[in-house]
Design a protein around this ligand. Sequence first.
Ligand code: NAP
Length: 302
Amino acid sequence: MGIKLLTKQNRSEMTKILITGATGNLGKSVIKHILKKTKAENIAVLVRNIEKGNDLKSQGIDVRVGDYTNYQLLVDAFKGIDKLYFISGSEFEGRSEQHKNVVNAAKEVGVKQVVYTSFLRKDETSASPISFVVADHIETEIWLKESGMNYTILKHNLYMDMLPLFIGDNVLETGVIYQPAGNGKAAFTLREDMAEIAAHLLTTEGHENKEYDITSDKAYSYRDIAAFISGITGKTIDYTSPSVEEFNRTMTEAGVPEMYIGLFAGFSLAMEKGELDETNSVIEQLIGRKATSVEDYLKTVY
Ligand code: NAP
């Protein structure tokens, strides 16, 4: 009769998944992992600049152009998409409005599920030292929940990959990690682990209307990290935690741009307050292996 029964497997093969932020670190990594699970013809990506998508196009991926700031381009780009992996915007300025465009455009064209990369937090008030990061995520989560689309919210902890930026390129020369984090800890989580989780969630069922705290199974202080780097390199690395006022003054005198000073201070203060020390075994539960440890990661860097 020529009519094929749709099995669970070929149904999921026909699902068209669009990955935004495909030219960034996380997006590239998600694409690498998802291509191990589904064919390139089932994948579409959103890029701001068509030329940056050439490599993906040559792999058989459907490259679509769009910008979170341009609603109509998003509507056109999301047509025919079942699942959207929505990577949060990288610019703080106007991000909330950008995210609203993404959610509304997905809803307008009938996207069935949005998997959104949010940020882990405990304090949701404006008193949080990272409210400048978290506020847009909270709003976006509300819009997703109110949209009527299925949502999966991934509350990412702080990227382990940010550690070299926080610690400073020249830590082996200065011999000191200088951050106002006190004895606070964070369960730094590798971006590559987050990408593998995303590929799993996007290609399996049962994650509709769920929220996952994507964090590793152990939290570390900068003192722990200093000890790891000392052990790896054989050079003594100390940790100094100045007051935030002293930190801001020292960084300003060293010519560090104000935006970075605010970012470093905010995350350190969040660590000191215990905002980021949440641990769980969600990575192992979802992808069957332990989260990458900070020590193993630092060995690849130093
Ligand atoms: P990234 O390398 O900077 O990549 C950001 C991606 O988003 C790029 O592909 C960029 O496109 C795209 N993008 C930015 N603004 C856009 C817009 N207006 N319209 C369409 N696309 C836009 O960042 P990442 O390392 O992959 O991280 C992904 C996201 O996680 C970031 O955007 C940020 O929201 C968040 N983040 C989380 C942590 C954490 O510790 N959890 C740390 C840093 C960032 P272009 O290539 O055209 O620029």
